[in-house]
Design a protein around this ligand. Sequence first.
Ligand code: AMP
Length: 294
Amino acid sequence: MPAAAVDPQMGVVRTVKELRARVDAWRAAGLSVGLVPTMGALHQGHLSLVERSNSLADRTVASIFVNPAQFAPHEDFGSYPRREETDLELLRRAGCSLVFIPAAVEMYPDGFQTSIAVSQVSQGLCGASRPHFFGGVATVVCKLLNQARPDIAVFGEKDYQQLLVIRRMVKDLDMPIEIVGAPIVRETDGLAMSSRNAYLSQEERIVAGRLNKVIAEMADRLQRGGGVAEAIAFGRAALADAGFSAVDYLDVRGADLLDDPGSGALSKNARVFAAVLLGKTRLIDNWPVEINAR
Ligand code: AMP
């Protein structure tokens, strides 16, 4: 991002009231607004979403909120990396105009009782192993969209099922916001960037770089007409060989609806989805299978 694009006036607000005041002033001036929701511990994947938003809207608001509602009690809410100062500097350099950093009580005040459930597309994959997860995500994203009232909101394909859940929710609830999906940003060995990669030991980090290669190979086999069941069997064996401690899921689903494509050769675009454990760290990734392009 050229230095000229850096907004030296980047604001930081912590209440919905302040957020609304800033966004309303932009709207009154005829400016469009993009929202990039995050949980912080930012990396280039997040910043690519800010860049995408900047290319589509006049002002970008990023939010940083580690949402307790999407973590189960045994998960890493307490240890999730938090580094506000570094995040603010990265956002400033990426050309973000405003950062919303609400406290938990601002998002979930006393007496809060509502939750959003997006039924079908939340099922399976991450929805099976983290049953609380998409309810928590949909509820907090619905709130952030209502709070910031952006024209567009940008989400990464890294969390592909989440992107589809949010698209569905926005459509079903008639929210006048365009949901933009952005490609996965990867490290040089192909590992999908993630705030949780910071948990990996040096040895685990080397193994982690194999995940994308295994699912890319599965996608390639499927694209060349191979069957789903064989591709999954190949992938499971390759992940075990690579040294992953466990496979949470390894699956192939339709690219638009996450429907089950059966066990044979694919007849339409799909995606390979993986969630694996490396020690205590859970990694997810996905890879497109372009059948229509064949
Ligand atoms: P998180 O902070 O993990 O909740 O992610 C916030 C947003 O950044 C979500 O829309 C993610 O899909 C997106 N994101 C995270 N990692 C990446 C990545 N490596 N490439 C693209 N987008 C990403």
